[in-house]
Design a protein around this ligand. Structure first.
Ligand code: KIV
Length: 263
């Protein structure tokens, strides 16, 4: 999938959309050869790649470096760049500068968390030809206001607000919407109420697509097992075993052999 137009078609034909995060060149080269529909250069890069505890540490410059690396390795994939914390909240001018930096780095669409207070920016961005993906529910850039990484929309008032915000984002012109950590029935209601596709993470099976952080689904961190996560590999073990074998062969002198040496 290289175009946002496919998102609409996939919703209409009830074809599920698959998305994973990607932050670097070497994994983007692998992902480019797979059937995954699109890549999200998420601000979770600040946590997964740089070791911060929240995405608040992500900056436009950090995101642009990751977007550029991913774009080089995955020329056949639609690449969505995340606008980081406060980068779309200061002024229209600085928000457009941030958007321009990420688009020029190689993003083909941008994702923004929330909607209140940046309606005008979203609308103008869409009018400027930048496809925008929304993000509601657990919006990690607001982790301190939300009191932690918690399921959102359990209370009726929260759920009604989320439904209204989803419709507002659709009216502003976003082409799809990430729903993060919301109860499945609420995600289902939002999905049914929208013409644009929803992509869930911790939002149950009824969204139009699913997204996971690449390193999470590959099982890179045995200490991280939130309820919504399914791991499809154990790269922690695979990498550990490979490095152990290398270390052992270096120490025994088995590597390098004649085969790996120049005469
Ligand atoms: O930054 C990110 O990885 C995200 C996804 C979890 C949706 O926003």
């Amino acid at each position: 999938m290289k175009s946002i137009l496919n998102f609409q078609k996939m919703k209409q034909t009830k074809t599920k959309i698959s998305m994973v995060t990607c932050y670097d060149y070497w994994t983007s080269r692998i992902l480019n050869t797979t059937s995954i529909d699109c890549l999200l250069v998420g601000d979770s890069a600040s946590m997964v790649m740089h070791g911060y505890k929240t995405p608040i540490a992500a900056t436009v410059e950090m995101m642009a470096v990751h977007v550029a690396a991913v774009e080089k390795g995955a020329p056949d994939k639609l690449i969505i760049g995340d606008m980081p914390f406060l980068s779309f909240r200061k002024s229209l001018e600085s928000s457009f500068q941030a958007a321009e930096t990420l688009m020029r780095a190689g993003a083909q669409a941008l994702k923004l968390e929330g909607v209140d207070g940046h309606e005008e920016f979203i609308q103008k961005l869409v009018q400027s030809g930048v496809p925008v993906m929304g993000h509601l529910g657990l919006t990690p850039q607001s982790v301190h206001a939300l009191g932690g990484f918690k399921v959102q929309g359990r209370e009726k008032i929260q759920a009604e607000k989320l439904k209204a915000d989803a419709l507002k984002l659709q009216d502003l012109g976003v082409f799809s919407l990430v729903l993060e950590c919301v109860p499945s029935p609420l995600a289902n209601q939002v999905t049914q109420s929208l013409k644009i596709p929803t992509i869930g993470i911790g939002a149950g099976a009824d969204t139009d697509g699913q997204v996971l952080v690449l390193q999470d689904l590959l099982g890179s961190n045995p200490d991280f097992h939130p309820h919504f996560l399914k791991t499809f590999a154990n790269i922690h073990q695979i990498i550990g075993d490979a490095i152990g074998a290398f270390d052992q062969q270096v120490k025994t002198g088995e590597f390098p052999s004649i085969q790996e040496s120049y005469e």
